[in-house]
Design a protein around this ligand. Sequence first.
Ligand code: NAP
Length: 244
Amino acid sequence: MNKTVLVTGASRGIGLAIAKKYADQGFNVAFTYVAENRKINETVEKVKGDNDVKVIAYQLNVTSVEQCEEVLAKIYEEFGTIDVLVNNAGITKDMLSLKMKNEDFFSVVNTNLGGTFNISQLVVKKMMRAKTGSIINISSVIGSTGNAGQVNYAASKAGIIAMTKSYAKEYGKKNVRFNAIAPGFIETDMTNELPDSLKENILANVALNRFGQPEEVANVAYFLGSDESSFVNGQTIVVDGMMI
Ligand code: NAP
């Protein structure tokens, strides 16, 4: 029987590449998006491709515990189990801290860190009972380095690394693994909006002398969800081409 992955925020960017990777490897895929106007049927078809797998998209704001409960109930009814969870949904609201509003701090922390907690809490209970599962949280290199203009984002991504290690310590005995991925600069909508001068500065500090592609993060996300990584737990894998 096919295994099932749930990927949050997979309507585009890194999440979409992860959902596609798992479908290509024979997983059934449940994925989420938040915006009203997404042409989501096209995205479902893109993820499915020619694979003989089930792919269903669910609209979900990960900051709402109520919505998380409702959507998770639907996913379990449709798919039976979730074998791999990828907490990928995330946002930025960049601003130097002097000018950052409370609401911009908390909306980023509540989405990136709070959303990861909201979904993990619901999924880990079932994985614990099944005595198997892998949860992958998408952090960022900024969670270790910090970044001017990203007090909110950096705090949320550092929190994800610490949260991942703590969950890993709690659930290791139940054979549920938690790992994080810390991407560097990956070409998606999130980074496309940055000014060219900033992009040039960042590029000058990447040893591989190029930006990453969503598929290069997806390959690592697949490794961490597969049995190939069966003794990897509580780790953060950096995927940044070596930022120096
Ligand atoms: P993206 O292209 O902006 O896509 C973000 C995804 O998250 C979309 O699917 C979006 O849904 C969803 N989303 C946003 N707010 C949500 C909410 N409240 N509830 C549920 N879903 C929500 O971003 P990306 O660049 O692929 O980034 C994906 C993850 O990687 C994020 O956690 C980001 O912080 C992390 N990351 C990215 C980079 C990079 O260089 N791109 C580097 C390090 C880490 P809609 O499409 O419906 O809006």
